[in-house]
Write a protein that binds this ligand. Structure first.
Ligand SMILES: [Zn+2]
Length: 198
């Protein structure tokens, strides 16, 4: 299998932080040890987008966590990690900060812009359906769940990222996102249903 080095240090750190926030330090350490990533216990990754790690590290953490605390507990933690990644990006990224402070755009317009930027960043066609209530994102080329086989949708991190965009940038406090189709469970695309909730 091809090694992919496409996880930013920031994302890996925020994932690890989410485990610590919810499970405490000991819980986080046992997940890291189980994932054979004990090296991050004493020297966690930095909050930077410059350094990269293998995507496989996150996969190992998620799989270990599913064994230790089950799938639904893991889902909650991973969604939170996706949200918190956006929180850190807003603090460190001027364009995101400007968008969040803009008075000229409605939250819906901000969300449209953000989703289009997101599709560009991950090199996917911007395949969206927008309505007043929300948006649907079709991602047949999703790489997050590449090579993964699960019963339930796997790409909860991405759902969290979309919720974080809404909460920390666009101004939708009650936004929710569910992944309703996922290639990991045999569907031919990953499909994200975003409900603005306001
Ligand atoms: Zn998926």
């Amino acid at each position: 299998m091809e090694e992919k080095d496409d996880l930013t240090s920031l994302t890996l750190r925020v994932v690890i932080d989410s485990y610590e926030n919810i499970l405490g330090i000991r819980g986080k350490n046992s997940v890291l040890n189980f994932a054979k990533l004990g090296k991050f216990i004493d020297s966690p990754p930095d909050y930077t987008e410059d350094e990269m790690f293998p995507q496989e590290y996150a996969d190992r953490i998620i799989r270990s966590s599913s064994v230790i605390i089950g799938e639904s507990g893991t889902k909650a933690i991973i969604v939170r990690a996706g949200r918190d990644t956006m929180k850190h990006i807003v603090i460190n990224n001027e364009a995101a900060k400007m968008l969040s402070e803009s008075q000229d755009m409605t939250p819906r317009d901000k969300m449209k812009a953000l989703l289009n930027i997101y599709a560009m960043e991950i090199n996917r066609p911007p395949d969206f359906e927008f309505s007043d209530e929300g948006a649907v994102f079709h991602n047949p080329g999703c790489t997050l769940c590449d090579g993964v086989k699960t019963e339930k949708p796997f790409c909860n991190f991405t759902s969290g990222v979309f919720e974080g965009m809404g909460i920390f940038i666009a101004g939708f406090d009650n936004i929710r996102c569910e992944e309703t189709l996922c290639k990991a469970k045999g569907d031919n695309e990953c499909r994200f249903d975003i409900i603005y909730g306001g």
